[in-house]
Design a protein around this ligand. Structure first.
Ligand SMILES: *[C@@H]1O[C@H](CO)[C@@H](O)[C@H](O)[C@H]1NC(C)=O
Ligand SMILES: *[C@@H]1O[C@H](CO)[C@@H](O)[C@H](O)[C@H]1NC(C)=O
Ligand SMILES: *[C@@H]1O[C@H](CO)[C@@H](O)[C@H](O)[C@H]1NC(C)=O
Ligand SMILES: *[C@@H]1O[C@H](CO)[C@@H](O)[C@H](O)[C@H]1NC(C)=O
Ligand SMILES: *[C@@H]1O[C@H](CO)[C@@H](O)[C@H](O)[C@H]1NC(C)=O
Length: 441
């Protein structure tokens, strides 16, 4: 990796426009949130507590909300939690979670919901705090771990989320959010989503997800979402979807996404429905041994069909991909199955080198217009056409995809506790993280 490589990388970086529409993250510094420290140990909590929930709520209600520029502090140590918290409406505040909280009740909802926060930072200063969900005890019948709802100008970083009974981190609407330096480790089973995000102008970067469902997935409605330096470590893979009626997604950039094993390198999934997905770039993907590779499926059988003729996909480009699937004949490394009632167009693949571990592959297209794969059609009129299957030979630009040290070869079991990981410092082969871990600052 010499000078030429770096020069090429710089040129590529400048060629791909970023998709954020302005500043993300808290508007004021962390220092400005330390005029008052609201320590849960002063609000009825203790290290080793069997339910730290009420102390978190008291520290928030009686201290954070009464003191502008304050930090809710959970010191290092182990805590159980039985009462979920909903911290609603704070401005210019931080939640410093240095301890590890373990789920000790099966109530649904969200263990920690942050709602309508503005100028907010949720982090762990020792890069070791977070939540252990022990999801194996109540699979798909317990809480999600963290939900950030209609919040503005915020960040979540340096947290570890383990084995949620349901999803790990959900970002619901809001704008100007930043999520980074996270390790998310779920079980090898569906319903274990890593990060689901929708809203406006959010930046998700330097994330590792191990699970068997969504890695980092954009949902509707969304605009100006940038996702980069993502390590899907034996995960379900990243996606846009599932999409149905009234979809509105535009200006999304995914780049530097590394996927080892799991379902797909990237999937856009819907089943009929209406609305649009447009102006999306997927740049610099590396994937190894996934089931599907680059996968658009607008007749995705796992989803109930929407009432419209199909979500309109347009101006979607894929560039600089290197990857393989497990069996390229059973499941194509490239498949563009668009809706017959809304053929997709301006779908362009440039330097997309996808192949198969079995050394044999097919590609499939249906009602797809654009360039860069043999089965796609071109031209200004976009009429529906039935599925076209073409056999392909190994692409000339294909090289065996890079590996990351610490790749998993199988996922974590679903019936025992999953060990708590540490947060890595690199999330894509050859690239450092964008911001150092908080513990190294
Ligand atoms: C915090 O503010 C609330 C409402 O503004 C008030 O009722 C409460 O007494 C205050 N608590 C403290 C500890 O100042
Ligand atoms: C949080 O509390 C607010 C106000 O009390 C309520 O409107 C909202 O539904 C709650 N959110 C969640 C996610 O429980
Ligand atoms: C969020 O930050 C922007 C500046 O980046 C500021 O204009 C805005 O007032 C902040 N808060 C809200 C709720 O919009
Ligand atoms: C296509 O999408 C790219 C990336 O979002 C954008 O820069 C470009 O303007 C779009 N082109 C059209 C014709 O909308
Ligand atoms: C990814 O898998 C490797 C191998 O087990 C493990 O060392 C690493 O911690 C995993 N990452 C996460 C976030 O679980």
């Amino acid at each position: 990796m010499g000078f030429t490589y770096h020069l090429a990388l710089l040129l590529l970086l400048s060629a791909v426009s970023a998709q954020l529409s302005g500043h993300v993250g808290p508007t004021s510094s962390l220092e400005s949130k330390q005029s008052k420290i609201c320590n849960v140990l002063d609000y009825g909590g203790c290290i080793g507590s069997s339910d730290i929930g009420p102390a978190i709520t008291s520290a928030f209600t009686d201290c954070v909300l009464n003191n502008s520029g304050s930090t809710l502090y959970v010191p290092a140590g182990d805590y159980d939690m039985k009462t979920w918290v909903n911290l609603s409406g704070g401005t210019q505040w931080a939640f410093r979670l240095d301890g590890l909280i373990s789920r000790a009740a099966t109530t649904g909802g969200n263990m920690i919901a942050i709602e309508d926060a503005d100028d907010f930072e949720f982090y762990s200063a020792n890069s070791a705090g977070g939540i252990q969900g022990f999801g194996y005890q109540c699979r798909n019948a317990g809480p999600r771990l963290i939900r950030i709802v209609t919040s503005t100008n915020w960040s979540v970083h340096d947290l570890i989320l383990v084995d949620s009974p349901e999803f790990h981190l959900v970002i619901q609407e809001g704008f100007n959010g930043e999520v980074y330096n996270m390790a998310i480790r779920g079980a090898n089973i569906g319903g274990s989503d890593g990060i689901d995000v929708w809203g406006t102008n959010h930046w998700i970067h330097d994330i590792e997800v191990t699970n068997r469902d969504e890695c980092v997935t954009v949902k509707s409605p969304a605009s100006n979402i940038q996702v980069e330096r993502i390590w899907c470590n034996q995960s379900g893979g990243s996606a846009i979807g599932s999409l149905s009626d009234g979809t509105a997604i535009e200006d999304v950039l995914y780049r530097y996404v590394y996927t080892n094993g799991g379902n797909q390198a990237l999937m856009i999934k819907s089943n009929l429905g209406s609305g649009y997905v447009r102006n999306v770039v997927f740049d610099h993907f590396i994937s190894r041994g996934t089931a599907y590779g680059l996968d658009i499926n607008q007749y995705w059988a796992s989803q109930t069909p929407g009432s419209g003729d199909g979500v309109q996909l347009s101006n979607i480009s894929f560039s600089s991909w290197d990857g393989n699937v497990a069996d390229g004949v059973a499941r194509p490394p490239i498949q563009l199955i668009c809706a017959d009632g809304a053929p997709c167009f301006d779908i362009t693949l440039t330097d997309v080198y996808m192949w198969s571990e079995t050394d044999q592959a097919i590609v499939k297209c249906e009602s797809a217009y654009g360039s860069g794969v043999s089965c796609i059609q071109s031209g200004p009129t976009h009429t529906s056409y039935a599925v076209v299957t073409a056999s392909v030979t190994k692409p000339s630009g294909y090289t065996s995809p890079a590996t990351m040290s610490g790749d998993l070869s199988t996922g974590f079991a679903t019936d025992v506790a999953i060990p708590t990981p540490t947060i890595p410092t690199s999330f894509f082969p050859g690239l450092p993280q964008i911001s150092p871990l908080a513990k190294n600052l």
